[in-house]
Design a protein around this ligand. Structure first.
Ligand code: 3HC
Ligand code: NAI
Length: 708
């Protein structure tokens, strides 16, 4: 036996324990360990039943994803299929009980389905999340699951990848029994109970495979949903094709079809990008100079200053995580408005079935209000979310300095301002940090955590840790105007405007980027966020405009006309009372008039040029942020763009995308733009260097990581 798989025997029941921390991933070595355990059981007639269980915090959470990366990059030449191993389990001739706690995901659920019975802790979850990695189940999951749970459930699980709670899995027939605790003892008892029975093989079951008519309807509906909800992704459709094979073909042939589809997905750029995103999300939690052992400060209560759009959302985020919140405003009317918005948001979630009434009631009880700073004396952390104005922010922080207890974390939700200057309003810059939530704060997963020059490691480690507790992806960034996300977004949106100034229609610009995979086009995004925000910043900070560089002017004109976007019913588009956009022909005429007055030559612009110009501005600015050390690694930028800016996950983020295209090609295209359009297109020095060296941003980042 290996250390990864142990075999013990109790009362004629063999117990196979998989022990591959942290998540018992089914690596090649674990498979070899299971094969060795099976070999012993096969020759031991005294074994009347078998239990498989995971050591530590979970059952098997899937195949080892690192091995997939190895395979597609060519570092691993060949990986043995899990299928024959699972067949051996199913054909063991003795009942096999799979004992599940934590998560039985992907290959873990496939392993469980090869057993004859499944018992689970009621807190466990099962799922086939492979689509989230751009692949499909590859060890007969698409063939056994419909036989066990029915075609509709299997299609849903394989194409959407969402986890299924144990209770639901019991109802669907995936699980046979739930227990509250002492899983191993219950599984051994179960194995003894069924030892004399004929073990049912999942692959031989036909009772849930449905009729051709029923299946055709289920599959057609699933394909339609996948095309809409997982736009641009190949794996969900491949997963549906594989389940369809299970409805039509014998098991072995269905498995062959699954393998064909699995291999195609695994070697796709989409899978590589999504696997990059999976590991990237975990990588960003690792800060080279803030070790894992850094002490974490308690955050058992928080104060929020400002109950506007962001303050209200932030209050809900903490309340949803069970942390009491004290919300402060300047006057009762503003507080009432803030609380009314919070109630309205919860009511919507209730209507959509996201939360129960009891959950909402409990969360609302956690949000208390005040008009008085003195009440902040006892909170562990305060997040300031007042207007984006330095003088006001400093005023708030000097109040916090006065009332907050020593060691309390003082955070600002500023989206662009200098954290060090805000910290200078206190005598404790060690405790000051930026926590930049994205709007709507209760929905968006991204949390940019902004490190000031003096911010302590404990404060950083605490914010990084609680971001996970809040259901967010925390990414640490350095302090500069706009930090990482917004500093890149500025030139991206400016380029979109330039394209309109040069003759592209508003819809052509937005459509090209939507087709590229962005959740929304850049101009529609401006309308959603409010065009007036940037307009005010530009008016208040004329010094930010670099001399001699072209300046976009249409949004300023729109704002002068009172067209602030969705909130005023018009911006780049017209909006009806339900905020449904439509093109505004009158505006198109105005724009042609303005550009003629400005003497900008008009021309046809291709979708390729629109995409390259907008996306490569992101890449070029990203390269500067990387070289300046504002972003720790290129993957940090990718995770920010995937979680905060609607960049398509199947393209892995802007920096990964550029690496995929090839930095030489990207740099050449940028040089071409520089020659044709102007000097704002000067390639970033890092991009130039890497392109000359034939390297990638990822390689640069890993070298930086090693040096840190
Ligand atoms: N393979 C390799 N490493 C894995 C892994 C996997 N399947 N799942 C998790 N890990 C690693 C993570 O990278 C992380 O490593 P790190 O500590 O070095 O950063 C560590 O395990 C812990 O993971 P999390 O931080 O995500 O821990 P959580 O407790 O928050 O979540 C989890 C646990 C719910 C299991 C989550 O990790 C998860 O969803 N994992 C992926 C599950 C999955 O996609 N399974 C399908 C794999 S593909 C497959 O099975 C194909 C098959 O059909 C053949
Ligand atoms: P908002 O205008 O909706 O709300 C600000 C609130 O602060 C108002 O309700 C105001 O009454 C209150 N306020 C002002 N002074 C106060 C004081 N001294 N004490 C208590 N309350 C006070 O603004 P919004 O959009 O919520 O922005 C807040 C901060 O979040 C800004 O720094 C902004 O840049 C940032 N941000 C905004 C995002 C957005 O999309 N709206 C996204 C990310 C960050």
């Amino acid at each position: 036996m290996t250390d990864l798989v142990q075999l013990t025997k109790t009362d004629g029941i063999a117990v196979v324990t998989i022990n591959n921390p942290p998540v018992n991933a089914l690596s090649a070595a674990v498979s070899a360990g299971i094969a060795a355990a099976l070999a012993q059981i096969e020759k031991d007639d005294s074994v009347k039943g078998v239990v498989f269980i995971g050591a530590g915090r979970t059952f098997v959470a899937g195949a080892d994803i690192k091995e997939f990366g190895g395979l597609t990059s060519g570092k691993i030449i060949c990986r043995e299929s899990l299928k024959p191993l699972l067949m051996r389990i199913e054909d063991l001739g003795r009942p096999v009980v799979m004992a599940i706690h934590g998560t039985a995901f992907g290959g873990g659920l496939e392993l469980a389905m090869a057993g004859h019975y499944r018992i689970a802790l009621s807190r466990a979850q099962v799922g086939q999340p492979e689509v989230k990695l751009g692949i499909i189940p590859g060890a007969a999951g698409t063939q056994r699951l419909p036989r066990l749970a029915g075609v509709a459930k299997a299609v849903e699980m394989c194409a959407e990848g969402a986890p299924v709670k144990a209770e639901d899995a019991l109802k669907s027939g995936i699980l046979d029994r739930l227990v509250e605790d002492d899983l191993l003892a219950a599984a051994i008892a179960f194995a003894k109970e069924v030892a004399a029975k004929r073990a049912p093989k999942t692959r031989e079951r036909n009772d849930k495979r449905g009729t051709p008519e029923q299946n055709a309807a289920i599959l057609a509906a699933a394909r339609e949903t996948a095309r809409k909800k997982q736009r641009g992704l190949l794996a969900p459709l491949a997963a549906i094709d594989a389940v369809e094979a299970a409805t039509k073909l014998p098991f072995e042939e269905g498995c062959k079809k699954e393998e064909e589809l699995f291999t195609k997905c695994l070697f796709s750029d989409q899978a590589k990008s999504l696997i990059h995103a999976f590991f990237g999300e975990r990588e960003v939690a690792k800060i080279p100079d803030v070790p894992k052992e850094t002490p974490i400060l308690p955050v058992n209560s928080v104060g929020v200053v400002g109950a506007g759009t962001m303050g209200g959302g932030i209050a809900m985020v903490f309340a949803n995580a069970g942390i009491p919140v004290l919300l402060k405003e300047t006057d009762q009317a503003a507080l009432d408005r803030g609380i009314a918005n919070i109630r309205k948001t919860y009511a919507n979630s209730l209507k959509r079935g996201r939360f129960t009434q009891q959950f909402v009631d409990e969360r609302l009880k956690l949000i208390r209000t005040t008009l008085d700073y003195e009440e902040f004396a006892h909170v562990d952390m305060v997040i300031e979310a007042v207007f984006e104005n330095m003088a006001l922010k400093k005023e708030v922080f000097s109040e916090l300095e006065r009332v907050c207890k020593p060691g309390a974390i003082l955070a600002s939700n500023t989206s662009s301002l200098n954290i060090d200057e805000i910290a200078s309003a206190t005598s404790r810059p060690l405790s000051v940090i930026g926590t930049h939530f994205f709007s709507p704060a209760n929905v968006m997963r991204l949390l940019e955590i902004v490190r000031g020059a003096a911010t302590s490691k404990e404060v950083i480690a605490t914010c990084m840790q609680f971001s996970k507790k809040l259901g967010k992806v925390g990414v640490l960034v350095g302090n500069c105007m706009g930090f990482v996300g917004n500093r890149m977004f500025g030139p991206y949106r400016r380029e979109a405007q330039f394209l309109v100034e040069e003759g592209a229609s508003i819809e052509a610009v937005d459509n090209a980027l939507y087709e590229f995979g962005m959740a929304m086009g850049p101009l529609a995004t401006g309308d959603l966020a409010g065009l007036d925000v940037g307009w005010r910043i530009r008016k208040e900070n004329p010094h930010l405009q670099k001399a001699g560089l072209r300046r976009a002017f249409i949004e300023d004109r729109l704002c002068e006309l009172g067209r602030f976007g969705q909130k005023t019913g018009a911006g780049w588009y017209k909006y009806d009372e339900n905020r449904k956009p439509s093109p505004d022909p009158q505006l198109a005429g105005l724009i042609r008039q303005w550009t003629a007055e400005a003497g900008i030559p008009q021309r046809q612009i291709s979708a390729d040029e629109i995409v390259d110009r907008c996306i490569y501005t992101l890449v070029n600015e990203g390269a500067r942020l990387l070289e300046e050390g504002i972003a720790l690694r290129s993957v940090d930028i990718d995770i920010i763009y995937l979680n905060g800016y609607g960049f398509p996950a199947y393209r892995g983020g802007p920096m990964w995308y550029a690496d995929t295209v090839g930095l030489k090609k990207v740099c050449e295209r940028i040089r071409e733009f520089q020659q044709r359009l102007g000097n704002w297109w000067e390639p970033a020095p890092l991009l130039q260097r890497l392109s000359e060296q034939g390297k990638t941003f990822a390689e640069f980042s890993s070298r930086q990581g090693a040096a840190a």
